[in-house]
Design a protein around this ligand. Structure first.
Ligand code: XMP
Length: 512
Protein backbone atom coordinates (compact mmCIF):
# COMPACT_ATOMS: atom_id res chain seq x y z
CA UNK A 1 0.00 0.00 0.00
CA UNK A 2 1.35 3.45 -0.83
CA UNK A 3 1.97 5.71 2.14
CA UNK A 4 -0.87 8.03 2.97
CA UNK A 5 0.07 11.69 2.62
CA UNK A 6 -0.15 13.47 5.93
CA UNK A 7 0.47 16.65 7.77
CA UNK A 8 1.76 16.92 11.31
CA UNK A 9 0.18 19.65 13.43
CA UNK A 10 2.48 20.43 16.33
CA UNK A 11 0.44 21.76 19.19
CA UNK A 12 1.77 24.69 21.18
CA UNK A 13 -1.37 24.93 23.30
CA UNK A 14 -3.40 27.49 21.36
CA UNK A 15 -7.17 27.53 21.52
CA UNK A 16 -7.70 26.85 17.82
CA UNK A 17 -5.59 23.72 17.50
CA UNK A 18 -8.42 21.31 16.83
CA UNK A 19 -9.79 23.79 14.36
CA UNK A 20 -6.54 23.76 12.40
CA UNK A 21 -6.68 19.98 12.14
CA UNK A 22 -10.31 20.10 11.06
CA UNK A 23 -9.58 22.65 8.35
CA UNK A 24 -6.67 20.63 7.02
CA UNK A 25 -8.89 17.56 6.80
CA UNK A 26 -11.63 19.61 5.17
CA UNK A 27 -9.04 20.38 2.50
CA UNK A 28 -8.88 16.62 1.95
CA UNK A 29 -5.49 16.12 3.62
CA UNK A 30 -5.05 13.73 6.51
CA UNK A 31 -3.37 15.22 9.59
CA UNK A 32 -2.72 14.48 13.22
CA UNK A 33 -2.08 16.73 16.20
CA UNK A 34 0.92 15.93 18.40
CA UNK A 35 2.40 17.85 21.31
CA UNK A 36 5.19 20.34 20.54
CA UNK A 37 7.55 18.22 22.64
CA UNK A 38 7.43 15.33 20.18
CA UNK A 39 11.05 14.23 19.77
CA UNK A 40 12.70 14.76 16.40
CA UNK A 41 13.10 11.04 15.68
CA UNK A 42 9.35 10.61 16.15
CA UNK A 43 8.68 13.52 13.82
CA UNK A 44 10.88 11.76 11.27
CA UNK A 45 9.12 8.46 11.88
CA UNK A 46 5.76 10.12 11.30
CA UNK A 47 7.12 11.10 7.87
CA UNK A 48 4.96 14.21 7.42
CA UNK A 49 4.57 15.87 4.03
CA UNK A 50 4.05 19.19 5.77
CA UNK A 51 4.27 20.52 9.31
CA UNK A 52 2.11 23.19 10.93
CA UNK A 53 3.07 24.86 14.20
CA UNK A 54 -0.03 26.09 16.01
CA UNK A 55 -0.39 29.24 18.07
CA UNK A 56 -0.02 29.13 21.81
CA UNK A 57 -0.37 31.18 24.98
CA UNK A 58 3.36 31.43 25.78
CA UNK A 59 5.64 34.36 24.89
CA UNK A 60 8.43 33.14 22.71
CA UNK A 61 11.23 35.12 24.42
CA UNK A 62 10.17 34.18 27.97
CA UNK A 63 12.12 31.60 29.91
CA UNK A 64 10.47 28.19 29.70
CA UNK A 65 8.55 28.95 26.49
CA UNK A 66 7.94 25.78 24.44
CA UNK A 67 10.76 25.27 21.95
CA UNK A 68 11.51 22.78 19.26
CA UNK A 69 14.65 21.19 17.89
CA UNK A 70 15.99 23.47 15.14
CA UNK A 71 16.75 20.47 13.00
CA UNK A 72 13.05 20.23 12.22
CA UNK A 73 13.71 22.97 9.64
CA UNK A 74 16.33 20.82 7.97
CA UNK A 75 14.10 17.84 7.27
CA UNK A 76 13.23 19.32 3.89
CA UNK A 77 9.55 19.30 4.88
CA UNK A 78 7.55 22.53 4.38
CA UNK A 79 6.61 24.26 7.63
CA UNK A 80 3.83 26.76 8.29
CA UNK A 81 4.07 28.54 11.63
CA UNK A 82 0.87 30.16 12.86
CA UNK A 83 1.09 33.06 15.38
CA UNK A 84 3.31 31.67 18.16
CA UNK A 85 4.50 29.18 15.55
CA UNK A 86 5.73 31.98 13.28
CA UNK A 87 7.46 33.78 16.12
CA UNK A 88 9.15 30.57 17.22
CA UNK A 89 10.39 29.92 13.70
CA UNK A 90 11.91 33.40 13.48
CA UNK A 91 13.49 33.20 16.90
CA UNK A 92 15.08 29.79 16.25
CA UNK A 93 16.39 30.67 12.80
CA UNK A 94 18.22 33.81 13.84
CA UNK A 95 15.54 36.50 13.86
CA UNK A 96 13.88 38.01 16.91
CA UNK A 97 10.51 39.05 18.34
CA UNK A 98 9.28 41.80 20.62
CA UNK A 99 6.05 42.98 22.24
CA UNK A 100 3.94 44.71 19.61
CA UNK A 101 3.47 48.45 19.91
CA UNK A 102 -0.14 47.96 18.83
CA UNK A 103 -1.81 44.84 20.12
CA UNK A 104 -3.98 43.48 17.33
CA UNK A 105 -7.11 41.55 18.22
CA UNK A 106 -10.01 40.66 15.95
CA UNK A 107 -10.57 41.29 12.26
CA UNK A 108 -7.64 43.10 10.68
CA UNK A 109 -6.93 44.02 7.06
CA UNK A 110 -3.89 42.23 5.73
CA UNK A 111 -2.13 43.26 2.53
CA UNK A 112 0.19 40.80 0.84
CA UNK A 113 3.09 41.39 -1.54
CA UNK A 114 3.10 40.05 -5.07
CA UNK A 115 4.54 36.68 -5.84
CA UNK A 116 3.97 34.80 -2.61
CA UNK A 117 2.69 31.26 -3.15
CA UNK A 118 0.97 31.39 0.23
CA UNK A 119 -1.33 34.16 -1.07
CA UNK A 120 -1.59 32.89 -4.63
CA UNK A 121 -4.97 33.81 -6.13
CA UNK A 122 -6.01 35.89 -3.11
CA UNK A 123 -6.99 39.56 -3.51
CA UNK A 124 -4.23 41.98 -2.39
CA UNK A 125 -6.01 43.15 0.77
CA UNK A 126 -8.47 41.14 2.82
CA UNK A 127 -9.57 40.53 6.39
CA UNK A 128 -7.86 37.97 8.61
CA UNK A 129 -8.30 37.16 12.30
CA UNK A 130 -5.53 38.35 14.58
CA UNK A 131 -4.89 37.76 18.25
CA UNK A 132 -1.41 38.70 19.35
CA UNK A 133 0.64 40.94 21.57
CA UNK A 134 4.04 39.85 20.26
CA UNK A 135 5.38 40.19 16.73
CA UNK A 136 8.44 39.50 14.66
CA UNK A 137 10.98 42.30 15.06
CA UNK A 138 13.86 41.06 12.93
CA UNK A 139 13.46 38.55 10.15
CA UNK A 140 15.64 35.44 10.20
CA UNK A 141 18.23 35.31 7.39
CA UNK A 142 16.70 34.14 4.10
CA UNK A 143 13.20 35.37 4.94
CA UNK A 144 11.15 38.23 3.56
CA UNK A 145 7.94 39.74 4.91
CA UNK A 146 5.25 38.84 2.38
CA UNK A 147 2.28 40.51 4.09
CA UNK A 148 1.64 43.39 6.48
CA UNK A 149 -1.13 45.18 8.33
CA UNK A 150 -1.33 48.83 9.36
CA UNK A 151 0.27 47.96 12.67
CA UNK A 152 2.35 44.87 11.94
CA UNK A 153 4.98 44.78 9.18
CA UNK A 154 5.37 40.99 9.47
CA UNK A 155 1.83 39.64 9.14
CA UNK A 156 3.35 36.86 7.03
CA UNK A 157 6.94 35.80 6.35
CA UNK A 158 8.47 33.35 3.91
CA UNK A 159 11.60 31.64 2.75
CA UNK A 160 10.31 29.93 -0.41
CA UNK A 161 13.68 28.28 -1.06
CA UNK A 162 13.46 26.26 2.14
CA UNK A 163 9.64 26.18 1.97
CA UNK A 164 9.30 27.80 5.40
CA UNK A 165 6.31 30.08 5.99
CA UNK A 166 4.87 31.95 8.93
CA UNK A 167 1.66 33.90 9.49
CA UNK A 168 0.80 36.16 12.39
CA UNK A 169 -2.94 35.74 11.75
CA UNK A 170 -5.15 32.70 12.18
CA UNK A 171 -6.13 31.26 8.78
CA UNK A 172 -8.12 28.47 10.49
CA UNK A 173 -10.71 30.85 11.98
CA UNK A 174 -13.77 31.48 9.82
CA UNK A 175 -13.48 35.25 10.28
CA UNK A 176 -10.36 35.04 8.14
CA UNK A 177 -12.08 35.60 4.82
CA UNK A 178 -9.44 33.82 2.71
CA UNK A 179 -8.09 31.65 5.54
CA UNK A 180 -9.00 28.41 3.83
CA UNK A 181 -7.27 29.53 0.63
CA UNK A 182 -4.08 30.27 2.58
CA UNK A 183 -4.19 26.76 4.07
CA UNK A 184 -4.95 25.28 0.67
CA UNK A 185 -2.04 27.15 -0.89
CA UNK A 186 0.24 25.76 1.79
CA UNK A 187 -1.07 22.22 1.43
CA UNK A 188 -1.51 21.97 -2.32
CA UNK A 189 0.98 24.43 -3.81
CA UNK A 190 3.75 24.38 -1.24
CA UNK A 191 3.58 20.83 0.16
CA UNK A 192 2.35 19.43 -3.17
CA UNK A 193 -0.47 17.52 -1.50
CA UNK A 194 -3.78 16.63 -3.07
CA UNK A 195 -7.36 16.78 -1.93
CA UNK A 196 -7.60 13.01 -1.51
CA UNK A 197 -8.48 12.25 2.13
CA UNK A 198 -11.89 10.77 1.49
CA UNK A 199 -14.12 8.74 3.74
CA UNK A 200 -14.47 5.95 1.21
CA UNK A 201 -10.75 5.24 1.20
CA UNK A 202 -10.44 5.83 4.94
CA UNK A 203 -13.24 3.38 5.52
CA UNK A 204 -11.48 0.64 3.55
CA UNK A 205 -8.22 1.32 5.33
CA UNK A 206 -9.85 1.29 8.80
CA UNK A 207 -11.61 -1.98 8.00
CA UNK A 208 -8.28 -3.52 6.94
CA UNK A 209 -6.56 -2.27 10.10
CA UNK A 210 -9.26 -3.65 12.39
CA UNK A 211 -9.20 -6.96 10.57
CA UNK A 212 -5.44 -7.24 10.92
CA UNK A 213 -5.56 -6.35 14.60
CA UNK A 214 -8.39 -8.67 15.57
CA UNK A 215 -7.23 -11.72 13.64
CA UNK A 216 -9.39 -14.59 14.87
CA UNK A 217 -10.20 -12.85 18.15
CA UNK A 218 -13.58 -12.20 19.72
CA UNK A 219 -14.80 -8.61 19.91
CA UNK A 220 -17.34 -7.07 22.27
CA UNK A 221 -19.04 -3.70 21.86
CA UNK A 222 -21.46 -1.79 24.10
CA UNK A 223 -24.00 -0.35 21.71
CA UNK A 224 -25.77 2.73 23.06
CA UNK A 225 -27.66 3.62 19.94
CA UNK A 226 -25.74 6.87 19.68
CA UNK A 227 -23.87 7.81 16.52
CA UNK A 228 -20.38 6.81 17.66
CA UNK A 229 -21.10 3.33 18.94
CA UNK A 230 -23.36 2.60 15.96
CA UNK A 231 -20.67 3.61 13.48
CA UNK A 232 -18.03 1.64 15.38
CA UNK A 233 -20.33 -1.40 15.28
CA UNK A 234 -20.89 -1.03 11.55
CA UNK A 235 -17.15 -0.73 10.95
CA UNK A 236 -16.18 -3.75 13.02
CA UNK A 237 -18.96 -5.75 11.50
CA UNK A 238 -17.48 -5.10 8.05
CA UNK A 239 -14.05 -6.01 9.36
CA UNK A 240 -14.71 -9.16 11.35
CA UNK A 241 -18.42 -10.01 10.94
CA UNK A 242 -19.46 -12.79 13.27
CA UNK A 243 -16.54 -12.36 15.62
CA UNK A 244 -18.26 -9.17 16.84
CA UNK A 245 -21.01 -9.23 19.45
CA UNK A 246 -22.77 -6.03 20.44
CA UNK A 247 -24.67 -5.65 23.66
CA UNK A 248 -27.47 -3.13 23.59
CA UNK A 249 -28.79 -2.38 27.05
CA UNK A 250 -32.31 -1.00 26.75
CA UNK A 251 -32.78 0.75 30.05
CA UNK A 252 -36.31 1.85 29.23
CA UNK A 253 -35.23 5.48 29.15
CA UNK A 254 -34.91 5.79 25.39
CA UNK A 255 -37.00 8.02 23.17
CA UNK A 256 -40.03 6.84 21.23
CA UNK A 257 -39.24 3.76 19.11
CA UNK A 258 -35.52 4.38 19.53
CA UNK A 259 -34.59 0.88 20.65
CA UNK A 260 -36.39 -0.66 17.68
CA UNK A 261 -34.78 1.79 15.26
CA UNK A 262 -31.30 0.89 16.48
CA UNK A 263 -32.05 -2.82 16.23
CA UNK A 264 -33.51 -2.40 12.73
CA UNK A 265 -30.50 -0.45 11.49
CA UNK A 266 -28.11 -3.04 12.88
CA UNK A 267 -30.28 -5.85 11.51
CA UNK A 268 -30.09 -4.42 7.99
CA UNK A 269 -26.30 -4.39 8.24
CA UNK A 270 -26.24 -7.91 9.66
CA UNK A 271 -24.61 -6.86 12.94
CA UNK A 272 -25.01 -9.41 15.75
CA UNK A 273 -26.70 -7.57 18.64
CA UNK A 274 -27.94 -8.91 21.94
CA UNK A 275 -30.71 -6.62 23.16
CA UNK A 276 -31.06 -6.73 26.91
CA UNK A 277 -34.49 -5.59 27.96
CA UNK A 278 -33.61 -4.21 31.35
CA UNK A 279 -36.42 -1.68 31.68
CA UNK A 280 -37.91 -3.20 34.80
CA UNK A 281 -34.59 -3.49 36.50
CA UNK A 282 -33.77 0.16 35.91
CA UNK A 283 -37.21 1.48 36.74
CA UNK A 284 -37.43 -0.44 39.97
CA UNK A 285 -34.08 0.91 41.11
CA UNK A 286 -35.16 4.42 40.16
CA UNK A 287 -38.53 4.19 41.89
CA UNK A 288 -39.07 7.08 44.29
CA UNK A 289 -35.73 8.74 43.42
CA UNK A 290 -36.03 12.47 42.79
CA UNK A 291 -32.49 13.73 43.05
CA UNK A 292 -30.82 14.20 39.63
CA UNK A 293 -27.35 13.14 40.69
CA UNK A 294 -28.66 10.01 42.39
CA UNK A 295 -30.56 9.15 39.21
CA UNK A 296 -27.39 9.48 37.15
CA UNK A 297 -25.37 7.35 39.55
CA UNK A 298 -27.94 4.59 39.69
CA UNK A 299 -28.21 4.46 35.91
CA UNK A 300 -24.44 4.47 35.43
CA UNK A 301 -23.88 1.66 37.91
CA UNK A 302 -26.78 -0.41 36.74
CA UNK A 303 -25.69 -0.05 33.14
CA UNK A 304 -22.27 -1.46 33.89
CA UNK A 305 -23.74 -4.26 35.94
CA UNK A 306 -26.12 -5.36 33.18
CA UNK A 307 -23.37 -5.10 30.61
CA UNK A 308 -20.99 -7.17 32.72
CA UNK A 309 -23.58 -9.85 33.36
CA UNK A 310 -24.19 -10.21 29.63
CA UNK A 311 -20.51 -10.11 28.81
CA UNK A 312 -19.85 -12.91 31.27
CA UNK A 313 -22.25 -15.14 29.38
CA UNK A 314 -20.11 -14.62 26.30
CA UNK A 315 -16.98 -15.48 28.24
CA UNK A 316 -13.47 -14.24 27.60
CA UNK A 317 -13.22 -11.76 24.76
CA UNK A 318 -10.07 -10.46 23.17
CA UNK A 319 -11.11 -6.92 22.34
CA UNK A 320 -13.49 -4.38 23.78
CA UNK A 321 -14.53 -1.61 21.39
CA UNK A 322 -14.87 1.99 22.52
CA UNK A 323 -16.35 4.79 20.45
CA UNK A 324 -13.74 7.40 21.47
CA UNK A 325 -13.46 10.15 18.85
CA UNK A 326 -10.62 12.53 18.06
CA UNK A 327 -11.72 15.55 20.14
CA UNK A 328 -11.91 13.20 23.18
CA UNK A 329 -8.34 12.10 22.50
CA UNK A 330 -7.06 15.63 22.14
CA UNK A 331 -9.13 17.10 24.98
CA UNK A 332 -7.99 14.40 27.35
CA UNK A 333 -4.48 15.64 26.72
CA UNK A 334 -3.26 12.51 24.95
CA UNK A 335 -2.99 13.89 21.46
CA UNK A 336 -1.87 17.40 22.05
CA UNK A 337 -0.90 20.01 24.55
CA UNK A 338 -4.24 21.68 25.32
CA UNK A 339 -5.63 21.43 28.82
CA UNK A 340 -8.27 18.86 29.70
CA UNK A 341 -11.59 20.53 28.94
CA UNK A 342 -14.08 17.95 30.13
CA UNK A 343 -14.36 14.26 30.73
CA UNK A 344 -18.02 13.65 30.16
CA UNK A 345 -20.23 11.54 32.34
CA UNK A 346 -21.02 8.96 29.72
CA UNK A 347 -23.09 6.04 30.82
CA UNK A 348 -20.98 3.00 30.22
CA UNK A 349 -17.43 3.86 31.06
CA UNK A 350 -15.14 0.88 31.35
CA UNK A 351 -16.52 -2.18 33.04
CA UNK A 352 -14.15 -3.57 35.69
CA UNK A 353 -15.10 -7.18 35.50
CA UNK A 354 -15.15 -7.87 31.82
CA UNK A 355 -12.38 -10.16 30.76
CA UNK A 356 -10.71 -8.65 27.71
CA UNK A 357 -7.16 -8.26 26.45
CA UNK A 358 -7.18 -4.97 24.64
CA UNK A 359 -9.31 -1.98 23.71
CA UNK A 360 -9.99 -1.03 20.11
CA UNK A 361 -10.94 2.58 19.36
CA UNK A 362 -11.64 2.62 15.64
CA UNK A 363 -12.86 6.24 15.57
CA UNK A 364 -10.08 7.82 17.57
CA UNK A 365 -8.69 9.69 14.58
CA UNK A 366 -12.02 11.14 13.42
CA UNK A 367 -13.97 14.30 14.12
CA UNK A 368 -17.69 14.00 14.77
CA UNK A 369 -18.71 15.03 11.27
CA UNK A 370 -16.21 12.56 9.84
CA UNK A 371 -17.75 9.84 12.01
CA UNK A 372 -21.10 10.73 10.47
CA UNK A 373 -19.66 10.57 6.94
CA UNK A 374 -18.13 7.20 7.76
CA UNK A 375 -21.52 6.00 9.04
CA UNK A 376 -23.14 6.92 5.72
CA UNK A 377 -20.26 5.24 3.88
CA UNK A 378 -20.90 2.07 5.89
CA UNK A 379 -24.60 2.06 5.05
CA UNK A 380 -26.18 3.40 8.25
CA UNK A 381 -29.43 5.32 7.69
CA UNK A 382 -29.17 9.13 7.57
CA UNK A 383 -31.68 9.41 10.38
CA UNK A 384 -29.42 7.52 12.74
CA UNK A 385 -26.24 9.16 11.58
CA UNK A 386 -27.56 12.71 11.93
CA UNK A 387 -29.08 12.03 15.31
CA UNK A 388 -28.71 14.83 17.85
CA UNK A 389 -26.79 14.04 21.04
CA UNK A 390 -28.75 12.12 23.63
CA UNK A 391 -27.51 11.82 27.19
CA UNK A 392 -26.58 8.40 28.56
CA UNK A 393 -29.12 8.63 31.42
CA UNK A 394 -31.75 9.23 28.76
CA UNK A 395 -35.23 10.41 29.61
CA UNK A 396 -34.56 9.89 33.32
CA UNK A 397 -33.08 13.38 33.47
CA UNK A 398 -35.92 14.82 31.40
CA UNK A 399 -38.67 13.57 33.69
CA UNK A 400 -38.29 15.99 36.55
CA UNK A 401 -38.67 14.40 39.95
CA UNK A 402 -39.86 10.86 40.33
CA UNK A 403 -39.79 8.63 37.26
CA UNK A 404 -42.73 6.38 36.46
CA UNK A 405 -43.61 4.39 33.41
CA UNK A 406 -46.65 6.61 32.83
CA UNK A 407 -44.62 9.79 32.93
CA UNK A 408 -42.07 8.30 30.55
CA UNK A 409 -44.83 7.39 28.12
CA UNK A 410 -46.23 10.94 28.21
CA UNK A 411 -42.81 12.44 27.63
CA UNK A 412 -41.99 10.06 24.79
CA UNK A 413 -45.11 11.01 22.87
CA UNK A 414 -44.70 14.73 23.43
CA UNK A 415 -41.00 14.65 22.55
CA UNK A 416 -41.70 12.74 19.33
CA UNK A 417 -44.22 15.39 18.24
CA UNK A 418 -41.80 18.23 18.97
CA UNK A 419 -39.01 16.52 17.05
CA UNK A 420 -41.34 15.86 14.14
CA UNK A 421 -42.38 19.52 13.96
CA UNK A 422 -38.78 20.68 14.10
CA UNK A 423 -37.97 18.33 11.23
CA UNK A 424 -41.09 19.44 9.28
CA UNK A 425 -39.89 23.03 9.60
CA UNK A 426 -36.48 22.00 8.24
CA UNK A 427 -34.74 23.07 11.44
CA UNK A 428 -33.35 19.70 12.45
CA UNK A 429 -29.82 20.30 11.13
CA UNK A 430 -29.47 23.91 12.26
CA UNK A 431 -30.67 23.45 15.83
CA UNK A 432 -28.11 21.30 17.59
CA UNK A 433 -30.30 19.79 20.27
CA UNK A 434 -34.05 19.92 20.87
CA UNK A 435 -36.25 17.91 23.16
CA UNK A 436 -39.14 17.97 25.60
CA UNK A 437 -38.96 17.92 29.39
CA UNK A 438 -41.81 16.72 31.56
CA UNK A 439 -41.89 19.05 34.53
CA UNK A 440 -43.20 18.01 37.90
CA UNK A 441 -45.70 20.85 37.85
CA UNK A 442 -49.44 20.52 37.35
CA UNK A 443 -51.74 23.36 36.55
CA UNK A 444 -55.36 24.02 35.78
CA UNK A 445 -56.64 24.17 32.24
CA UNK A 446 -59.86 23.94 30.31
CA UNK A 447 -60.57 21.50 27.51
CA UNK A 448 -63.96 21.33 25.85
CA UNK A 449 -66.30 22.11 28.70
CA UNK A 450 -64.22 20.48 31.37
CA UNK A 451 -61.56 21.51 33.82
CA UNK A 452 -58.22 19.77 33.59
CA UNK A 453 -55.44 19.50 36.11
CA UNK A 454 -52.43 18.15 34.28
CA UNK A 455 -48.71 18.35 33.60
CA UNK A 456 -46.76 21.27 32.18
CA UNK A 457 -44.35 20.31 29.43
CA UNK A 458 -41.26 22.35 28.63
CA UNK A 459 -39.68 22.47 25.19
CA UNK A 460 -35.94 23.05 24.95
CA UNK A 461 -33.88 23.81 21.85
CA UNK A 462 -30.33 25.11 21.69
CA UNK A 463 -27.73 26.24 19.19
CA UNK A 464 -24.18 25.52 20.17
CA UNK A 465 -20.76 24.58 18.85
CA UNK A 466 -19.45 22.54 21.74
CA UNK A 467 -22.30 22.21 24.27
CA UNK A 468 -20.20 23.97 26.88
CA UNK A 469 -22.07 27.16 26.13
CA UNK A 470 -25.34 27.32 24.23
CA UNK A 471 -27.94 29.83 23.07
CA UNK A 472 -31.63 29.09 23.17
CA UNK A 473 -32.84 28.66 19.60
CA UNK A 474 -35.06 31.34 18.11
CA UNK A 475 -37.66 28.93 16.77
CA UNK A 476 -40.36 30.72 14.74
CA UNK A 477 -43.58 31.21 16.71
CA UNK A 478 -45.69 29.31 14.21
CA UNK A 479 -43.51 26.20 14.64
CA UNK A 480 -43.82 26.48 18.41
CA UNK A 481 -47.53 27.02 18.10
CA UNK A 482 -48.03 23.97 15.95
CA UNK A 483 -45.97 21.80 18.31
CA UNK A 484 -47.85 23.13 21.33
CA UNK A 485 -51.29 22.57 19.76
CA UNK A 486 -50.47 19.08 18.65
CA UNK A 487 -48.96 18.10 22.00
CA UNK A 488 -51.92 19.32 24.04
CA UNK A 489 -54.39 17.72 21.63
CA UNK A 490 -52.60 14.44 21.05
CA UNK A 491 -50.91 13.66 24.36
CA UNK A 492 -53.11 12.95 27.33
CA UNK A 493 -52.20 14.58 30.63
CA UNK A 494 -50.43 17.61 29.21
CA UNK A 495 -52.47 20.81 29.30
CA UNK A 496 -49.75 23.46 29.13
CA UNK A 497 -46.56 23.90 27.06
CA UNK A 498 -43.72 26.33 27.84
CA UNK A 499 -40.63 27.18 25.81
CA UNK A 500 -37.34 27.48 27.71
CA UNK A 501 -35.62 30.76 26.81
CA UNK A 502 -32.54 30.42 28.96
CA UNK A 503 -29.07 30.06 27.51
CA UNK A 504 -26.13 28.14 29.00
CA UNK A 505 -24.78 29.57 31.23
CA UNK A 506 -26.61 30.30 33.47
CA UNK A 507 -28.82 27.27 32.73
CA UNK A 508 -27.54 23.92 31.51
CA UNK A 509 -28.88 22.23 28.40
CA UNK A 510 -30.56 19.43 30.30
CA UNK A 511 -32.88 20.31 33.15
CA UNK A 512 -31.36 17.82 35.55
P1 XMP B 1 -25.55 20.06 30.06
O1 XMP B 1 -26.90 19.68 30.63
O2 XMP B 1 -24.39 19.60 30.91
O3 XMP B 1 -25.44 19.24 28.70
O4 XMP B 1 -25.48 21.49 29.68
C1 XMP B 1 -24.43 19.40 27.74
C2 XMP B 1 -24.54 18.26 26.74
O5 XMP B 1 -24.22 17.02 27.39
C3 XMP B 1 -25.30 16.12 27.33
N1 XMP B 1 -25.34 15.44 28.63
C4 XMP B 1 -24.94 14.17 28.83
N2 XMP B 1 -24.44 13.25 27.98
N3 XMP B 1 -24.29 11.70 29.73
C5 XMP B 1 -24.14 12.01 28.44
O6 XMP B 1 -23.71 11.15 27.68
C6 XMP B 1 -24.78 12.56 30.66
O7 XMP B 1 -24.91 12.25 31.83
C7 XMP B 1 -25.13 13.87 30.17
N4 XMP B 1 -25.64 14.98 30.76
C8 XMP B 1 -25.75 15.93 29.79
C9 XMP B 1 -26.52 16.98 27.06
O8 XMP B 1 -27.56 16.24 26.43
C10 XMP B 1 -25.94 18.06 26.18
O9 XMP B 1 -25.81 17.60 24.85
Amino acid sequence: MTKQSRVLVLDFGGQYNLLIARRVRECGVYCEIKPWSLPLDQIRAFAPDGIIFTGGPATVFDAGAPMIDKEVFELGVPVLGICYGQQLMMQLLGGSCHSSLIREYGKVEVTHEDGSLLFDGIEPTSVFWMSHGVEVEKLAPGFRACAHTAGCPTAAVEDPQRRLYGVQFHPEVLHSVHGTEVLQNFLYKICGLKNEWKMASYSLQAIEECRAKVGNGKVLLALSGGVDSSVAAALLNRAVGDQLTCIFVDHGLLRKDEGDQVMDAMGVLGVKVIRVNAQERFLSRLAGVRDPETKRKIIGEEFIRVFEAEAKKIGKVDFLVQGTIYPDVVESGVGGESVVIKSHHNVGGLPDHVDFKEIIEPLRRLFKDEVRQLGIELGLPEKLVWRQPFPGPGLAIRVIGEITEDKLAILRDADAIFREEIANAGLDRSINQYFAVLTDLRSVGVMGDGRTYDYTLALRAVETQDFMTANWARIPYDVLEKASNRIVNEVKHINRVCYDITSKPPATVEWE
